[in-house]
Write a protein that binds this ligand. Sequence first.
Ligand SMILES: [Zn+2]
Length: 376
Amino acid sequence: MTDWLSLAQARRDELFAVLEQMVRIESPTSDKAGNDRASGFVTEKLAALGGSVIVDRQAEFGDHVIVSWPGEGAPGFVIGHIDTVWPVGTLARMGYTHNGGRIFGPGVLDMKGGIAATVTALGALKEAGLWPTRPLKILINADEERGSPSSRPLIESEVKGAAYAIVMEPGQGPKGALKTRRKGLGEFRVTVTGRAAHAGVSPEKGVSAIHELAHQILRIQSFAKSGDGISVNVGLVSGGSARNTVPAHAEVIVDMRAPDAARCKLLEAELRSLQPVLKGAKIAVEGSFHRPPMERTPAIAALIEQVQGLGRELGMELPEEPTGGGSDANLTAALGVPTVDGMGAIGENPHAEGENIVAEGLIWRTALLARTLHQL
Ligand SMILES: [Zn+2]
């Protein structure tokens, strides 16, 4: 019997070296060059394992990459994003450090840890002669933290017909739970147009877009009712041109989430039916639910059970939890491909100060991924 944990243990130096080098290349979604460098680094490692590389060139975002290996039957699909939410310069104050059994650094958890585990697991499979018989595709995208606007068509065309999709996002909570349900995610811009006027000379001629928007913000926030799984966040606000000018323009960016397709529709309809309170103000709504909800279908439940069984063989309990966060799992699951998400690193503070992972946990996850790819 293969000792999968020892197989991963034996490659711990490689695992952490790959992670460190990746983290040291800062790759916020907005920085194309950084993303291209980071994914180029990963792609090189995968190509060295015999994978054929296709680069999906992008103008605005970093390039997306597919690395594939031939085999028999429906392909297995693994997906990870190389972009992070951390601006360039974060490393200088929140550098890569490995101490006390934890590794800190921008993107270690979300989700360079998961990508390092993927590279290492494939290396272990290759060397041990345990490569899966199915064709295998690894997709690395560079715009996930923005909702995958440019990689979505690639993900959808590549995952079609796959036997399964594994998403290397971090596990949830201290136990690294698998994520089997994700809310649908919508991103909207609500723009208010008023009329500019001198604030002192002729305020009565103006219509304040900011005043109007204040009314609308309260309405939008009230769409979220506690206990129904809906969340609404007015996350960005801007407007006005000068202190002494009645503002003609103001806008907000709104994040909305709901657990099923019906409620996504309802929320969008509510937002689109906002009516102005002030005479002369106009409201425009743009955006959509760009990530459909991931619902826990029987096929997803069966896949999770199988992975949980493999985890138990390795001495790991893998709980499952729903989450409000969106990921590319929403896209693959919506196409009917059995999807397991949260197979990546275990740690704390994704998108937050002090982001870190449990070093030993990443070795377990590497073993689990190798075992899973071999078995499925
Ligand atoms: Zn992520």
